[in-house]
Design a protein around this ligand. Structure first.
Ligand SMILES: *[C@@H]1O[C@H](CO)[C@@H](O)[C@H](O)[C@H]1NC(C)=O
Ligand SMILES: *[C@@H]1O[C@H](CO)[C@@H](O)[C@H](O)[C@H]1NC(C)=O
Ligand SMILES: *[C@@H]1O[C@H](CO)[C@@H](O)[C@H](O)[C@H]1NC(C)=O
Length: 573
């Protein structure tokens, strides 16, 4: 009965779709067709298509092995590295015997506390010292937690000075955590500890990541003549439910599949788009672990003071009598007077004037690849540099590819999104490219800058998928640096974003953190520069946003340009 119904529904939909297309084609030939009609019809068509998509969602194998191990088998060395990377991001799980069976036994930010150490009065703080805060987690009944795994963020800041730095959080796995901060400025400093997710929620996120890589799904439109069909696509689709189209990339072996359209062949694929987000992924009980205002990104209060006053650096003699501090925290930078100051070698320059940016980018080609967080940089340049003219390539808004040129100063700026699983609205199949393949087609050289940002669209997949993608990009970058030394490569890391229950389940900062750690480890020691968007958003007072606000983007661009145009050393010494 049901089967018959869906068959009829299918026939009806096909008829409706062909009718619409017929209509659209005719409208096309009418000279004075108006935009309104088109967009109304388009909306109707996409509504029909999206309901079509929902009818045909496959039942996914909820098992750990399927998605992570789909595609080419890694070489023994790659497998070893993968093992190492996965081990390095191991996150503590609640012990099975202590697994809570009610919300009241889970971590509660309101009952939890932190204290600056030592708690007794009288300690003096100097620039160059390290500050430690001890955090003790409690459950909703006020009982101390006995195991770790809570996801905490730590920030030391001073609103008066426009200063802020990310702290390092250490999990003692017994309900206690340490947050450690370097003291980098003279004056007031205030500790802020935030519970992003309780450990019990992280367990849910981890399970979803391993078992539900289908929770964001994709679709493609297939078309031939008047017939068009839309089917579901993903990195991993259960192979034995319906015939598949295999779009595995020939060069990289990156897998991608769509369900085969009923009437059309696989080579009639027209585009790729985000299909949607699955709902009802967690039980009602689990949903209690993801409540805005209760246990998602809630500040933990101090039991005593949360403020210290930092004095200028100690004198040499004094500092030798201070005993070695056990943990060294090395942030990649900090804010002071609302500007990012990078540590570790690079001297920050500020590019406030368009002329300074133009001067820096003169005779340069900047190739940007990745997600919308690097597209934001492209948009920043376009908005800021009047002489940089964007070409109208008739690319879809927010999707690209984009290109802009300043012919006076010989500047070329390009942006292209990364390949599937890109979650953009609609990318033409002909414009779908993997970053590594694009890099293989670059000449590179000292006037060439490559900027990459690839993280946000991988959070719904097992980490192995991300490792494989970065491995391909890394191989391509090594080849590029080999054939064109002097090519400047800059990677923009992941950043924090606004979270509620729904967003957490597919884009939580916990997923981003895990990917980000993999990214840093995989490019360590390579001739690749990092814009640490993670710390730049942890340390900043503005609310977290997937697309950070313009003041933060300005600091990122300043850092990028400081890499591209380092301060000239004074040669008359
Ligand atoms: C996981 O799913 C795949 C489907 O391809 C199946 O072959 C495999 O046996 C399953 N593994 C487990 C542990 O259920
Ligand atoms: C898809 O194609 C790739 C490359 O040709 C191949 O290795 C893979 O096994 C194919 N996948 C399936 C499910 O047939
Ligand atoms: C750039 O602007 C900031 C903020 O207005 C200011 O503090 C800084 O001194 C300026 N830097 C330069 C090099 O003009």
């Amino acid at each position: 009965m049901c089967r018959n119904l869906s068959k009829y529904a299918l026939i009806f939909l096909i008829l409706a779709l062909s009718g619409l297309i017929f209509l659209l084609r005719n409208i096309h030939t009418v000279e004075s067709w108006n935009c309104h009609t088109f967009s109304a019809l388009y909306q109707l068509q996409s509504r029909i298509q999206s309901s079509f998509v929902h009818i045909n969602l496959p039942t996914f194998y909820n098992n750990r092995t399927f998605c992570a191990h789909l595609g080419q088998k890694p070489s023994p060395e790659d497998e070893l590295e993968e093992r190492f990377l996965l081990d390095s991001i191991t996150w503590p799980t609640p012990p099975p015997h202590a697994a809570p069976n009610a919300l009241r036994q889970t971590s509660d930010p309101v009952h939890s506390l932190f204290a600056i150490l030592p708690t007794k009065e009288g300690r003096e703080w100097h620039v160059g010292d390290q500050l430690e805060a001890l955090i003790q987690m409690h459950d909703f009944q006020g009982r101390p937690k006995r195991y770790g795994g809570d996801f905490l963020l730590a920030r030391l800041h001073s609103p008066e000075l426009g200063a802020g730095v990310a702290g390092k959080v250490l999990d003692h796995r017994n309900g206690f955590y340490s947050a450690v901060f370097p003291l980098l400025w003279v004056g007031p400093a205030q500790v802020e500890i935030t519970l992003v997710h309780p450990s019990e929620a992280v367990s849910v996120l981890r399970r979803l990541r391993e078992e539900r890589p289908d929770r964001v799904f994709f679709k493609s439109l297939f078309r031939l003549g008047v017939i068009s069909e839309t089917t579901v696509c993903n990195m991993c689709l259960p192979p034995d439910q319906q015939p598949l189209c295999n779009y595995t990339d020939l060069y990289t072996g990156e897998p991608w599949y769509c369900y085969k359209p009923k009437m059309l062949s696989c080579d009639t694929r027209i585009n790729h788009a985000k299909g949607g987000y699955l709902k009802h992924l967690i039980t009602n009980k689990e949903a209690l672990l993801f409540q805005s205002g209760v246990n998602i990104k809630i500040e933990i209060h101090a039991s005593g003071t949360d403020r210290i006053n930092v004095l200028p650096p100690r004198k040499e003699v004094e500092s030798s009598s201070i005993k070695e501090e056990p943990i060294k925290v090395t942030p990649s930078g900090y804010y002071y007077a609302n500007s990012w100051r990078a540590l570790g070698g690079v001297t920050m320059r500020q590019f406030n004037e368009t002329s300074a940016i133009t001067q820096c980018l003169r005779n340069k080609v900047i190739n940007m690849y990745g997600d919308s967080t690097v597209r934001q940089w492209f948009e920043y340049f376009i908005a800021f540099l009047p002489e940089l003219k964007e070409f109208n390539l008739h690319s879809p808004k927010n999707v690209g590819p984009f290109m802009a040129v300043d012919t006076t100063h010989n500047i070329l700026l390009k942006y292209r999104c990364h390949g599937p699983p890109i979650r953009f609205s609609t990318v033409m199949s002909s414009e779908l490219r993997y970053i590594s393949n694009e890099l293989n087609g670059l000449t590179g050289g000292p006037n060439s800058v490559v900027v990459l940002s690839i993280w946000a669209h991988f959070s719904t997949f097992p980490v192995e998928i991300y490792i494989r993608r970065l491995r391909h990009i890394r191989q391509a970058l090594l080849r590029l640096l080999e054939r064109a030394p002097g090519t400047l490569i800059v990677i923009r890391s992941a950043n924090l974003q606004a979270l509620d229950q729904e967003v957490s389940l597919y884009n939580s900062d916990w997923y981003s953190l895990q990917l980000d750690e993999v990214l840093r480890a995989m490019f360590k020691g390579m001739n690749v520069l990092l814009v640490d968007a993670w710390e730049m958003t942890v340390a900043h007072p503005l609310p977290h946003a997937l697309h950070p606000p313009p003041v933060i983007v300005k600091n990122m661009i300043d850092l990028l340009l400081s890499y591209v145009c380092p301060e000239k050393k004074n040669t008359q010494q």
